[in-house]
Design a protein around this ligand. Sequence first.
Ligand code: SF4
Ligand code: SF4
Length: 430
Amino acid sequence: MRFTFKHGVHPAGYKDISKDHSLEEFPTPSSVSIPLSQHIGAPAASVVAVGDEVRVGTLIGKAASFVSANVYSSVSGKVTAIGKKRTAIGSYCDHIVIENDGRYEEVFLPEISDTDAAAIKSRVAEAGIVGMGGATFPTHVKLSPRTPVDVLIINAAECEPYITCDYRLCLEHPEEIFSGVRYMMTALGVSVAYIGVEDNKPDAVAALSAVAPEDIKVISLRTKYPQGAEKQLIYSITRRVVPEGKLPSDVGCVVDNVHTAFSIYEAVKLNKPSYRRAMTVSGAECERPGNFWVRNGVTYADIAAYVGVKDTTVKVISGGPMMGFAQADLLPSTGKGTSSLLFLGDDEVSDGDKPISACINCASCASHCPMRLMPMFIERAVEDEDALKAKKLHALSCLECGCCAFVCPAGRPLVQSMRRAKKLIKEKGV
Ligand code: SF4
Ligand code: SF4
C-alpha cells in the first residue's frame, strides 16, 4: 500500500537550507512581547499587571473558556506594559511585555502523581498546549473527542517547503516524542498510533523506527503537498474518509502534530508549561538559517537581527510558503504556532507573483485540488456574490492549502477567493 492521497502538488522543497542545522537555543532579547491569543478560540485573560515580577513558567494569561489556552511567561523579569499589538496573521490582541532580567528563574507546574487519562488531559490543559503544527487548536479539546476514537495519528509529515524543525525534533528527540505519544494514547484510550513522516526524510523515519514501541507504527508517507493536512493524512494512513462538515473523530481518528506530542512529554514528565518551541528560520535571504528553540514573545525583528537578513529580501513569511502569512513588517512576536519565519528573495517568489490574467478554463486548479473542489467556479460565484452557489460548490470544505493558486497559469488569487467565499456564505447565512 502506498501511503498517499489523491491530487495535490509537488513544490520545490528548499529543506536543504536548514535541515542539517541542529536545534540551538535562540538568544532571547532584553524584552519579549507575549501574545495572549496564540491559539484558536477565546484569547487568554491577563492575570498580571504592570510592575509584577514573573519567572519562566509564571501563568500570565488564563484560558477564558474551554476552547482557549493558558499563556505562560517565557522569561523571568518584570511586566512593563500590556497592550494591543498586531499578530502574524494580521489580527490584534493584547500582548504582555516583559523586561527580561536574563536570569531565567523557573517556576514550573506541580508534579503529578497519576498519569491516568483524566490527569493527562488536565495537565495538557493546564500547560496551555495547542496544536504546534500551526493550527493552534487547544490540545485538551482534541484529547476529549465527542465520539469514541480508535486511532491516533501523529503528523510529522512536515510537507510545507523550507520547514525542518519537526524533522530535527524527530532526529534529536525520538524517545521523548514516543513518551508524549504514549500519554496521548492513554488520554484517548486508544491502542493504535501512527507517526507519519514524508519519505524525503528517511533518516527521520530511521531515527523514529529505531526506538518505536510495537504498537506505535512509523509510516513513510509519499512526499506530496498537502500530505500533512488532517483529512489527507487520515486517508493516506487508514483509507478513512472524513465526510464534509465532519471531524476526524467522526471516523475514529485524532490527528496531532509531532511537536505537540513532544510538548506533552515536557508537560507531564518535566512539568514544563508551553512557553517555547522549535522553529525554522530560513530562506535564501537569511544569512544564518537554522533551527532554534525560540521562547514565546520574541519579535520577528529580533530574529532578523540575529540571523542576518539581506537587503534584497522581497518577502517575509510567517509559517510555510504555501499556507503561511506574508508580513508587512517585523513587529509581530513568536507564539506557540510559529513554526517558521522565511526571508525570501526574488527568485523564490517570482513564480508566486506571476501577473494575474483571465481564467483560461484549463481546469488545472480542479485537477490538483486535494478536496476535489472546482476553484475556478467558486471564484466566479464569489465575483457574482452568489453565496448559495459557492456553498453548493462546497467552498466550506476548502483547506486553503494553496494547491490551486500554485498551479494556476493565469496567476488567479484563488485562495483569497476561497476565503472570501467562506466569508460570504457566513455573512449571507446560506
Ligand atoms: S480550493 Fe481550497 S482545498 Fe482546493 S486546492 Fe484550492 S485552497 Fe486547496
Ligand atoms: S487553473 Fe487558473 S486558469 Fe486554469 S481553470 Fe483554474 S483558475 Fe482558470
